[in-house]
Design a protein around this ligand. Structure first.
Ligand SMILES: O=C(O)C1=C[C@@H](OP(=O)(O)O)[C@@H](O)[C@H](O)C1
Ligand SMILES: C=C(OP(=O)(O)O)C(=O)O
Length: 433
C-alpha cells in the first residue's frame, strides 16, 4: 500500500479535467454492439474503463486504441469468451457486461472482479435477467460476483427491478436490451438512485441511434428491438473528477481554473457548481468555454444536501464540510455503502481523525468541522474517491499521511501529479517505523 505525506498547501493555476469514466464505459460498450466501425475520441483509459474495453474485446468486439482514440467494430451477438470476464474494480463494467453476456450465442460466461468488486451486490440484475429468460447466478449463491450467465439470447417480456441499490443494473439492461428476442418493459421497484447516470445511458444510446421510450419519472421503460448505428463519439469531461478538483480550489485554492468542462451531456455531478455556490465559495462559470474558476473562502456555509442522485459527491461534500462554519448534513446515500467500500462508514471514521464531529446514520452523515484540523494518518481502503478526497482535505493540515495512492489508477491516474503541478506539497510518506 503506497502512502503519501501531504503538507499544508496552497494551490493555484489551471488544470484540464480528465475525460468521463461513465461516458467512456458507455461509448465502448454501445459501440461494441454496433456493427461497422465507431470512433471514440478523448476516452478515459484508466483501470476501470480498460476493464470495459478488455471485457468487450473478450465478447468479440474488435477494439484497438491509439492514445485516447478508440476504434471499435461491434456485433449484435457474441461467441462464448475464451476466458472469464474480469471487471477489476469496476461496478459499472460488471453490471453492463452481465446484461451483455445474455447476448452470448451459446455456452456460459463467467464474470468476476477484484476483492472489492466480489463483495458488491448483483442480485437485482440476476433476478431481472431471470424474468427476461436469462439464467444468471452468483457462483457463491449470495448475489455477489463471480457470476455465471447462460448464453442463448434474452427472451424479453416484462421485468421489475429494484432501483434502490444501483442505477447501473438499469443502464446495463437498457444497453443490451434492444437486442432481446422481443420488446422489454422494465419497471423500477421503489426509488431509483443515481438517476442522472440513467440519463447518461439514454443520451449515449441516442447518440448511437437508439431512443428508448420511458416515463418522465424514469420508473418505466419500453425497450423496443432496435439496432445501434456505428458513429463517432467524443467523450466529455468527468464532473465527478472535476468536483474533487473544484473542492481543492474551494479549500486551499488561491485561484484555480478547471478547463475542458462540457455541460452539454447529462452528468449529475455537475451539481457541484450549485453546491459550491450554496456554500459561499467564490466561483465563476463560463459554460460556453467549459471553464470554472474557484478560490478558497475563509469559511464555507453549512447546509443540508440530499445526494441520492449524485452519490460520488459524498466524499467531496464531506471534505467541504471540514471548512463549514455550521454543520453539513448529507442524506440519501445509503447506496454509497456498497461502492468500492462502505463510503459512509469510512468517511465517518477517517474524518473523525481530523477532529471533526461526525454523526453517522443509515443513509448519510452529519459533519461538524473542527477548528483547526488535526494532523492525521488516514486510510482510503483502496477506494480511489476516498483517497483523492482525503488527500485534498490533508492539504489543510500541517502534515498528514494518506494510504492507498495506487487506487487512483481506477479513474484519475494523474491525480497526484496534477495536484503537485498546482502547488500541493505531496511526497512519499516515510516508511512506517
Ligand atoms: O453508471 C455509472 O457510470 C455510475 C453510476 C453510479 O453508481 P450507482 O448507480 O451504483 O449509484 C456512480 O456511483 C458510479 O461512479 C458510476
Ligand atoms: C463507484 C464508482 O464506480 P463503479 O460503481 O463503476 O465502481 C466510482 O467511480 O466512484
Amino acid at each position: 500500500m503506497v502512502s503519501i505525506l501531504v503538507r499544508k498547501s496552497k494551490i493555484a493555476g489551471s488544470v484540464r479535467c480528465p475525460s468521463s469514466k461513465s461516458y467512456s464505459h458507455r461509448a465502448i460498450a454501445i459501440a461494441s454492439l454496433a456493427e461497422r466501425q465507431s470512433t471514440i475520441t478523448n476516452a478515459l483509459l484508466a483501470r476501470d474503463t480498460l476493464a470495459t474495453l478488455a471485457s468487450c474485446r473478450a465478447l468479440g468486439a474488435e477494439i484497438k486504441h491509439e492514445g485516447t482514440t478508440v476504434q471499435v467494430k461491434g456485433r449484435h451477438t457474441f461467441e462464448p469468451p475464451e476466458n472469464v470476464i474480469n471487471a477489476e474494480n469496476s461496478g459499472t463494467t460488471i453490471r453492463i457486461m452481465t446484461a451483455m453476456s445474455g447476448l452470448v450465442r451459446t455456452g456460459y460466461t463467467v464474470l468476476t472482479g477484484d476483492e472489492s468488486l466480489r463483495k458488491r451486490p448483483m442480485q437485482p440484475i440476476l433476478d431481472a435477467l431471470a424474468q427476461l429468460g436469462v439464467e444468471a447466478h452468483s457462483t457463491k449463491g449470495n448475489g455477489t460476483p463471480p457470476l455465471i450467465v447462460k448464453g442463448g439470447g434474452i427472451r424479453g417480456g416484462t421485468t421489475v427491478i429494484d432501483g434502490s441499490i444501483s442505477s447501473q443494473f438499469i443502464s446495463g439492461l437498457l444497453i443490451a436490451g434492444i437486442y432481446a428476442d422481443s420488446e422489454i418493459v422494465m419497471r423500477i421497484k421503489g426509488n431509483l438512485v443515481s438517476k442522472p447516470y440513467v440519463s447518461a445511458t439514454l443520451a449515449t444510446m441516442k447518440h448511437f441511434g437508439v431512443t428508448v421510450d420511458h416515463r418522465s419519472d424514469m420508473l418505466e421503460y419500453q425497450i423496443k428491438n432496435a439496432r445501434y448505428c456505428a458513429t463517432k463519439f467524443d467523450v466529455p469531461s468527468d464532473f465527478s473528477t472535476a468536483a474533487l478538483i473544484l473542492a481543492a480550489g474551494a479549500l486551499v485554492g488561491e485561484k484555480l481554473e478547471v478547463k475542458g468542462l462540457n455541460f452539454a451531456l447529462p452528468q449529475g455531478d455537475s451539481q457541484i457548481v450549485d453546491i459550491l455556490k450554496q456554500m459561499g465559495c467564490p466561483i465563476k462559470i463560463d459554460k460556453s468555454k467549459g471553464e470554472v474558476v474557484v478560490q478558497k473562502a475563509e469559511e464555507l456555509e453549512g447546509g443540508d444536501f440530499n445526494l441520492n442522485d449524485t452519490p460520488d459527491l459524498l466524499p467531496v461534500v464531506s471534505i467541504l464540510a471540514l471548512k463549514a462554519k455550521t454543520p453539513v448534513t448529507i442524506t440519501g446515500v445509503a447506496h454509497a455503502r456498497v461502492k468500492e467500500t462502505d463510503r459512509v462508514a469510512n468517511i465517518a471514521s477517517e474524518l473523525t481523525k481530523f477532529g471533526a464531529r461526525i454523526k453517522e446514520f443509515q443513509d448519510g452523515l452529519k459533519i461538524t468541522a473542527p477548528k483547526p484540523l488535526k494532523n492525521a494518518s488516514l486510510k482510503a481502503y483502496n477506494d480511489h474517491r476516498l483517497f483523492m478526497a482525503f488527500t485534498i482535505a490533508s492539504m489543510m493540515t500541517e502534515k498528514s499521511v494518506v494510504a492507498g495512492a495506487e487506487s487512483v489508477d481506477v479513474s484519475y491516474p494523474a491525480f497526484i501529479q496534477d495536484m503537485k503541478d498546482l502547488g500541493a506539497k505531496i511526497s512519499p510518506a516515510p516508511d512506517r517505523e
